[in-house]
Design a protein around this ligand. Sequence first.
Ligand code: NOJ
Length: 950
Amino acid sequence: MRYQPVSARSAPVLFLSFLSLLQPAQTVKHENFKTCSQSGFCKRNRALADRAHAAGASWAAPYELDEKTLQLKDGVLTGKIWKTEAGGIELPLQVSLFENGIARVTIDEAQRRTGEIILRHDSKARKERYNEAEKWALVGGHKFQKTAAMETKEGVTTIAYGLDSYEARITHKPFSVQFLKRGEVYVVFNDRGLINVEHWRSKVEKAEGEGLTEDEETYWEETFGGNTDSKPRGPESVALDITFPGYDHVYGIPEHATSLSLKETRGGKGNYNEPYRLYNADVFEYETDSPMTLYGSIPFMQAQKKGSTVGVFWLSAAETWIDVIKTKQNPHALTTEKASTQTHWISESGLLDVFVLPGPDAASVYRQYGELTGFTTLPTMFSIAYHQCRWNYVSQDDVKDVDRKFDKFDIPYDVIWLDIEHTDGKKYFTWDPLTFNKPESMQKTLAKRDRKLVVIVDPHIKNDGNYAVNKEMVEKGFGVKDKGGDKVYEGWCWPGSSHWVDCFNPAAVNWWKSLFKFDKFVGSTPNLWIWNDMNEPSVFNGPETTMPKDNIHHGNWEHRDVHNINGMSFHNATYEGLRIRLGNGKERRPFVLTRSFFAGSQRSSAMWTGDNQADWPHLQQAFPMLLANGIAGFPFAGADVGGFFGNPSKELLSRWYQAGAFYPFFRGHAHIDAKRREPYLAGEPYVSIIRDAIRLRYSLLPAWYTVFHRASWEGMPILRPHFVMFPDDEAGFAIDDQFFLGDTGLLVKPVVKESATETTVYFPDDQVYYDYFDFTTYHRKGHHEVPAALEKIPLFMRGGHIIPRKDRPRRSSSLMKYDPYTLVISVSSEGAAAGDLYVDDGETYAHQSGAYIHRAFTLKDNTLHSTNLHPEPAKAAAYNKNMRSVRVERIVVVGVGKEWATKKEVEVKQGSKTWKAKVIYTEGKDGKANTAVVRDPKASITKDWSVSFT
Ligand code: NOJ
């Protein structure tokens, strides 16, 4: 079946088969997705911003903090804000100050009032503002700054907190908050007076002829694309303007196909006219360079100015729009300053709940964000190797054939994937009885080379009375309900009529987890892992291809309240199912790929950027998207290599593999109508080019894994943009087409333009940079033209790093487990270098009990040292024993002096023993660095040792 344009997918099945004869359109259908002015609450809040702007200094938001209600206790300030309209609306305020410097501001609507509201329909919708987003997004365990002190003077309450002289200055009338560190304002709430809490109200029936105001027209009902949202609770949006004074770049708020440094959204040359939208949706044939919503949402934004980084996290699971504008003035600066960024956040429902992350640098912001929402999971080794997917491998023989061909062509891969066609009539947890009747033996074949299988399991469950999963789900009441709250919701997706599992329900989650047990998911083996797709959720006949907002979830929350968390609730449940299926004590780290995500998804899954197209703009677009995901705490991210829709030219496919080798999640995938394009089919020279790219990924797996490990405990992005690495170099703040791989010193500028033979690379400092492959040296900060013919990946090593590699080509990553290492040293201009290596079994949780190796490598005073970084080495004893024969077999020293020419051997010292190892010197010609290769120093990966080059 063809993947349909949205309009076609919203039609019943008979109509589908007719339309499937049509070619899919090449661009997104804008008319299927709302603009801000088609979304009542966004339009109203933007209009309010316009009125405030027009009124200028005379504008004051009708929100006043009631001074006498303020109380500060153990780091938490409570009080009441009065919205002075509509006879006075009471809004409880809470300002929490955390030990790590984070401040949280939460504004609710008094229960007394909301309880009184008469719902418009006889609806089951809960009479409370949604307040459970934190249950899903936050990891808890935050410590409050108990020593925080408060002082009130002339209508301003100042709270001093934290070690770094943090202050929150709260002006009472109108309510606004300035956040300061060491006297400097870095974030301001309600700077422009755009705060808005649309209070709950009963509908006033108007007399005939009285008419509704334009605003009121969307208060109680809203229709779009033929679907009507019954809005039982009426208007309830929350909005706030947040200014970053003196910060001229903002990043984050994935997922959008846009630049890393976010553009302005209120029109003007090169700017967008629409706000960035966060409303997880299946956007068919999404376009590049657009603020349109996509499949996932992380409402986290980072602001950057020279030498300072701060962040805000807007905790709302509802549809959200964010306007960004930049101004030349900064009224909060003590001295004249550069441009400021003003943002305007608008969500449809729930609490107003915002966290301010004070930095002061990028690393601190990522740590703070990770402490709030959790760090990225440490993936299994196989999952960061290469994955081969298409919609669909048509049979088990097809799978085995692809598996064989990879070997025949000496191309490594770890995982082969099965899309929806492998099932029996789109019933997940089943196999097509004709084409996949021996799933276990197929998995056994793959396991011979330690390869894995991933199969798809989507959240829509075929509405078929004979399908056990559906029957159980409906009988137990585990499906999402329609707006009445009693009947299971029915919509259309791949299987036709479907129901949706409600993973907001803990009992439904327990049941879902049980479906992955081997006796339930018959034909699955421990080598099988899961892909969760369509979990926005995608509903072909739903409004904007998703679920009606007035559907009811567990706890009687409306879908509108939880929409952006829906995908995460589902992939979390899948993850847990996989984690426990082998039984207690035998857990292995699961691999789950999800399309839809929210803040917190990083704790369990990987994501990919959905249905891109096989064209150059989509290749180019992927990196800014992956960078944005990485800085928003979800770095295990990739894009379909080759492009999902369409057929890439061989040049594009080759370039895409070269780029994909630097995606944290590296998977080739293609649409069902696309021509077969497994790497070995490309013909020469393309097969070799692709093989080299994949092998490059495999040889660098030790470095990748070490970088992932760092992300998993300190939140540093895996692909690091320039502004993270060089926070004082403003020339790099908007760069998003080249980046560093963790702290390996590897700088890559993938080619994303057709027919390129050269490209321009920006070196951000005067340190020496070496071409990774031929050691050409570059010494000067600035832009350089570098060669980039088709077989060349512009990849550089910054001087001063040591990169661990494994250079023996293997068929899969597991087969490399005990292979020896190569250390590549890029000597700095000062003659030094450093790096590290993290190793564990790559699949279990034993590392959490200390079963891992972590070594530091340092080159100083002509001696290379390997020293232990494991804080409790005794806990690694058994693992070390297992790994003791794994050695360093080669040390490549790039950038050595001429004096090395006479050196024939070096001395290796390990414990009380010393021995010699051979050195081969090569003089660099034509601008290339001199290199020295130490052959088989036989130094163990588990022990301290040194190699003296003097
Ligand atoms: C949509 C996904 O984005 C795509 O990757 C997949 O192939 C199709 N669904 C079919 O499952």
